[in-house]
Design a protein around this ligand. Structure first.
Ligand code: PLP
Length: 376
């Protein structure tokens, strides 16, 4: 069999494709070189730190959502360590100061509470703003929706003392092209433009699908250059997905075939435990050699081996009937998967491999019973 099927390796397993990461890094490097932007890895999407040396050769560093990600980024990649956290806590704020370079505060009360400690430690501090301009439909991914807890509205900055603030941060996109950024910037520059002139940096957040084939990289480069020149500041981008887009597989096997109204294949991988975004987001993961339900001759509902009725990956069709033992290859499985796996129902965690079709694969980690037990 051929990549990403690994001879003699039992399923399910994740396989990270380091050549695809390199392909993505080349695009991100082009953006950094041409625009002068600094690009950071958002570790929320991908925290396989064994790949950080490779990623750190190109990117400026990492961004984190709290103490643990900040520590991982500083220790395993180095470079700049940025943090945005919806609510820093007294119990770990001092520990965070040992790892973080840039701190972004979500509210004026958080800023006032931690201001003295952050500035005394020499950190570059910023505020997350809420442009209150949605460019997407999905409510759970929309930090600009009414009632959102993210960022400070323009009206709430009136009269605020911003001494000590170096930068502004907004994160409002999710899997979007540059048109959504351009549209958001019109609002940000209209409403926050006066403040931008006082800032040293502007962080445009994540959600930029820069490495996707149809992404308009040249418009992004022009936009970043214009921002840097207009406001005389540094520009940061912190994509997660774009760094590892299409750079991973989840290989699984068919364990049983049953029938109830329709043909159902029970796999050794679980949507709920191994790719929870399938249920949470929700989305339909790409599966090699398959079609939509009804498109090819044989349609199956693919389900997981947990006792959750809703542990369903989706309905897919195949040219040939499935057989017990068949291997199935889910694509684009590096992002928001390994950071989100869980052992609900005592499910084993998939092993993690990395490598490329040319160099072969090496194991990153294997998991067992203790990984289930030790969390309880
Ligand atoms: C999630 C997140 C990112 C990364 O988003 P992607 O969609 O993975 O690019 C960046 N910045 C912040 C503040 C985030 O919450």
């Amino acid at each position: 069999m051929t990549w990403p099927i690994l001879e003699g390796v039992s399923t399910p397993y994740f396989l990270i494709d380091e050549e695809m990461i390199d392909t993505n890094l080349q695009i991100l490097d082009h953006v950094m070189q041409e625009s002068g932007a600094c690009i950071l890895l958002a570790q929320k999407a991908f925290s396989i730190y064994q790949c950080y040396p490779q990623i750190g050769q190109t990117l400026c560093g990492t961004t984190a959502s709290g103490l643990y990600e900040a520590r991982l980024g500083k220790e395993e990649m180095g470079g700049e360590t940025h943090v945005f956290c919806p609510a820093y806590q007294d119990s770990w704020f001092d520990a965070l100061l040992t790892y973080a370079d840039h701190l972004v505060f979500n509210s004026l009360s958080q800023w006032q509470h931690f201001r003295a400690r952050a500035l005394a430690a020499g950190k570059s501090c910023g505020l997350r703003i809420n442009p209150a301009h949605s460019t997407q439909e999905a409510a759970i991914y929309d930090p600009c929706a009414p009632g959102s807890r993210f960022g400070i509205l323009r009206a709430d900055l009136e009269g605020a003392d911003l001494s000590g603030i170096d930068g502004l941060h907004f994160h409002t996109l999710c899997e979007q092209n540059v048109d959504a950024l351009v549209e958001t910037l019109e609002v940000v520059e209209r409403d926050f433009g006066d403040l931008l002139h006082q800032m040293k940096w502007l962080n445009l957040g994540g959600g930029h699908h820069i490495t996707r084939a149809d992404y308009d990289v040249e418009t992004l480069i022009r936009t970043v250059k214009r921002l840097r020149e207009t406001y005389d500041l540094d520009v940061y981008l912190e994509p997660g997905e774009a760094v590892v887009l299409n750079a991973g597989y989840l290989v699984a096997s068919v364990v049983d075939l049953v029938h109830n109204d329709l043909d159902i294949a029970v796999l050794d991988t679980s949507a709920a435990c191994h790719m929870p975004d399938v249920i949470e987001m929700p989305y339909r993961p790409p599966l090699e050699h398959s079609g939509e339900a009804g498109e090819l001759a044989h349609t199956y509902r693919l389900g997981g081996p947990t006792c959750l009725a809703g542990d369903v990956i989706g309905d897919y069709s195949f040219a040939e009937p499935l057989a017990i033992g068949d291997k199935l290859i889910f694509d684009d499985m590096a992002l928001y998967t390994m950071v989100k796996t869980n052992t609900f129902n005592g499910m084993p965690l998939p092993a993690i491999y990395r490598g490329s079709a040319h160099t072969g694969a090496k194991i990153v980690r294997q998991f067992g019973y203790e990984d289930f037990k030790s969390r309880l």
